[in-house]
Design a binder for this molecule. Structure first.
Ligand SMILES: [Zn+2]
Length: 245
């Protein structure tokens, strides 16, 4: 598989500068070896707030919901960065968490899911990566189970580049809100990028309710990026909170 890094695109979950290092999800490029591949990636192994995690035994908390305010229809550019299919967006709105606004930069996919809920992976997870003016990240994770069609995927998959070369990407109209379940109850915890450099700068919100996509829709991504998830990491001294709404 072509592992060429695409410098124009944000890495999966990362607002990181371009990296010459090639990393992957298995073998000598796999997650257990990320720390060996660059001295800048040591936190992948030494960090105490790494992501993803298993979401279980969450504390019910009355925190303010992540107030998602995405544009209903937006222009996106679909790229394959060698690790995932990613859609870069501009002027697409964002999310307010704890009084801080985070602007939506991109979203991308993992198969199977990176987070697990009570130990179980969903077939796919979508990560919506937002950034505040201060540079902090807020990522919203949406689980995708097999079921009815997820119409919002069609325009994205239709614009999937033929391969992960350095092409500038393919334009697509994206209906962001169609990726959200009606009930936006969520887990919340403090974590990291799930890809190198694994920086611990992410406020995670993972919705407890999934959306569905057809097995064919999920296969379209999974056949291109199989096993594109980092294993769950120890929770250590963190808490996972869960809201009702
Ligand atoms: Zn991700």
């Amino acid at each position: 598989m072509n592992r060429i890094w695409l410098p124009l695109a944000l890495a999966a979950c990362a607002a990181a500068p371009a990296q010459a290092q090639h990393w992957g999800y298995d073998g000598h490029e796999g997650p257990e070896n990320w720390r060996e591949m660059s001295e800048d990636w040591a936190v992948c192994a030494t960090g105490q707030q790494q992501s993803p995690v298993n979401l279980t035994d969450a504390l019910e908390a009355d925190f303010a919901a992540a107030a998602i305010d995405w544009a209903d229809e937006t222009a996106g550019v679909v790229v394959d960065n060698g690790h995932t299919v990613q859609v870069n967006v501009e002027n697409a709105g964002g999310v307010t968490i704890g009084g801080t606004f985070y602007r939506l930069l991109q979203f991308h996919f993992h198969a199977a899911s990176e987070h697990t809920i009570n130990g179980r992976h969903a077939p796919m997870e979508v990560h919506f990566v937002h950034q505040s003016e201060a540079g902090d990240l807020a990522v919203i994770g949406v689980m995708v189970e097999r079921g009815d069609s997820l119409a919002a995927l069609d325009s994205v998959w239709a614009a999937m580049p033929a391969d992960s070369d350095a092409s500038p990407g393919i334009a697509a109209r994206v209906h962001l809100n169609d990726f959200l379940p009606t009930d936006q109850a969520a887990f919340r915890y403090q974590g990291s990028l799930t890809t190198p450099p694994c920086s611990e700068i992410v406020s995670w919100t993972v919705l407890t309710h999934p959306v569905t996509a057809t097995p064919e829709q999920i296969d379209s991504f999974e056949m291109r990026h199989p096993d594109s998830f980092r294993p769950v990491q120890p929770l250590n001294r963190r808490y996972v909170l869960v809201s009702d709404e």
